[in-house]
Design a protein around this ligand. Structure first.
Ligand SMILES: [Fe+2]
Length: 222
């Protein structure tokens, strides 16, 4: 199984702080039965450093293989004007070199253009994967539908299933089969570690559906 959203690479963003912390997070992945992880450090307007991300990926890969885990390159990109041209020039990373782009938005209500951005990315031949969509409280049901219709995929965080404020949105999306990925968005070996327990419990109880499908089509990325 694959996790498509992870801040496991050490010393590159606000995720893992050291190789030791990364090792503990890898151990959690192994316990969860996950054998492939797309590493998605933050990128944004003033934050590119693709070479550093690739370097850290190289440095961490052999440790990951000791846990039976293969790491792949990627990024979580905070949306900004000009993102498409930076994608084209290679300054921004897609998910394992595919056309899939993990994109994050502001949680502030004035930014309600997510469906339009998804449309723009689709026209350019990319497949936007909207990161932790449940956090954007300003979106309504119509916006979720537009986002899907405009060619985007939807990712939700496994940890959000443990938080009451997100359950209404998660339930709405799951009922309509609109969730494409449940991912860890792990940042550390502590509070924000790899933890799918609440998500597994919620999905199996409420939907009696195979949880594994939310880890995505294994052939898309790796
Ligand atoms: Fe993230």
């Amino acid at each position: 199984m694959i996790d498509i959203h992870s801040h496991i690479l050490p010393g590159v963003d606000d995720g893992s702080k050291s190789m030791e912390m990364t090792a503990e997070m890898l151990s959690r992945y192994a316990e969860e039965g996950i054998d492939r992880v797309i590493c998605t450090p933050h990128q944004g307007r003033e934050l590119h450093r693709p070479e550093l991300i690739m370097q850290k990926l190289g440095e961490t890969s052999s440790l990951a293989s000791e846990y039976g885990i293969t790491l792949y390159p990627g990024a979580e990109i905070y949306y900004y004007d000009g993102m498409v041209s930076d994608l084209k020039s290679g300054r921004l990373l897609t998910l394992n070199g595919t056309r899939h782009v993990l994109v994050e938005f502001s949680t502030r209500a004035e930014l309600e253009y997510i469906p339009d951005v998804c449309y723009e990315l689709s026209l350019e031949g990319y497949v936007p994967v909207v990161a932790h969509i449940e956090r954007y409280f300003y979106l309504d049901k119509q916006a979720y539908a537009e986002i899907k219709n405009n060619g985007a995929l939807i990712q939700v965080n496994a940890s959000s299933f443990a938080k009451k404020e997100y359950l209404k949105t998660l339930s709405h999306l799951l009922k309509r089969d609109m969730v494409d990925f449940i991912a860890s968005d792990c940042h550390s070996n502590g509070r924000r570690n790899v933890d799918f327990s609440s998500a597994r419990k919620y999905v199996s109880k409420k939907f009696r559906r195979s949880y594994d499908k939310f880890f995505g089509d294994n052939n898309i990325f790796a």
